[in-house]
Design a protein around this ligand. Structure first.
Ligand SMILES: Nc1nc2c(c(=O)[nH]1)N(C=O)[C@@H](CNc1ccc(C(=O)N[C@@H](CCC(=O)O)C(=O)O)cc1)CN2
Ligand SMILES: Nc1ncnc2c1ncn2[C@@H]1O[C@H](COP(=O)(O)OP(=O)(O)OP(=O)(O)O)[C@@H](O)[C@H]1O
Length: 194
């Protein structure tokens, strides 16, 4: 069942929150308008980055219109890399990651997300879906603050943002809780920040 929509707690300065809100509208339109067949290039670049991973990788089960990383989940499992997927908790709390394998039963969670019925686990590497990003490594999501809270709670995890290159904007405003990414992957390039 989809949870009723409650407005997120806002801890950004009003000008930053307003600018992010406008950019979300722009980025959502760009995401819907993209050429979906090019998403394959994002998976290709992520595979090259992740094939040597040792620890568990937190992947993402797609929402409608998002890049579909399910083929990557299967590839990681094939390579013997543990895969986790996020369960979306109430607003204001970090994501919970649950172990996934190709036979997992998927349950429906908040905002139409899906998560596996496996045990809770802590990933070493977190893939972060980006609605928007800029060259400085700032990111924009749906405004829940979930990944910011999650990355703050996992200071040793590598965080890899991914998005179609159409989602790049000139400059994203940064709030006090925005977490930096280790790198951003598009179908065209890998932009590194560490
Ligand atoms: N596939 C996927 N899973 C994910 C995320 C994500 O971005 N993508 N998340 C990333 O944090 C978390 C879920 N976060 C979310 C936070 C807010 C809304 C939300 O407010 N959705 C609006 C509609 C948004 C729109 O289409 O404009 C709604 O349901 O009213 C959705 C997901 C965890 N799982
Ligand atoms: N660790 C935190 N503690 C308190 N507030 C936070 C924290 N992380 C984020 N927030 C607040 O949550 C709100 C939503 O954050 P933001 O707009 O950056 O979401 P987002 O990154 O787009 O969403 P998501 O992380 O779910 O993809 C902001 O007001 C932000 O200040």
């Amino acid at each position: 069942m989809v949870a009723p929509h409650t407005p997120p707690p806002c801890n950004d300065p009003p000008d930053v929150a307003a600018r992010k809100k406008d950019l979300r509208v722009h980025c959502m339109a760009a995401l819907r308008a993209r050429e979906v067949t090019r998403d394959q290039g994002i998976i290709h670049n992520l595979e090259r980055l992740l094939h040597r991973s040792a620890g568990p990788v937190a992947c993402v089960w797609p929402l409608p219109h998002e890049v579909d990383l399910r083929p990557l989940c299967h590839k990681l499992a094939e390579w013997g890399i543990q895969v986790a997927l996020p369960q979306t908790p109430p607003r204001g709390t970090p994501l919970v990651f649950r172990q996934w394998h190709p036979g997992s039963t998927m349950l429906t969670g908040r905002f139409g997300t899906h998560y596996p019925d496996g045990p809770v686990m802590e990933p070493d590497l977190v893939l972060v879906p980006l609605l928007g990003f800029d060259r400085a490594g700032h990111r924009l999501g749906y405004g829940g603050g979930y990944y910011d809270r999650t990355l703050a709670a996992l200071p040793h995890a590598t965080s890899i943002g991914y998005a179609p290159s159409t989602q790049e904007v000139g400059h994203l405003p940064c709030g006090p809780y925005d977490q930096p990414l280790s790198c951003i992957v598009t179908e065209k390039e890998v932009i590194r920040f560490d």
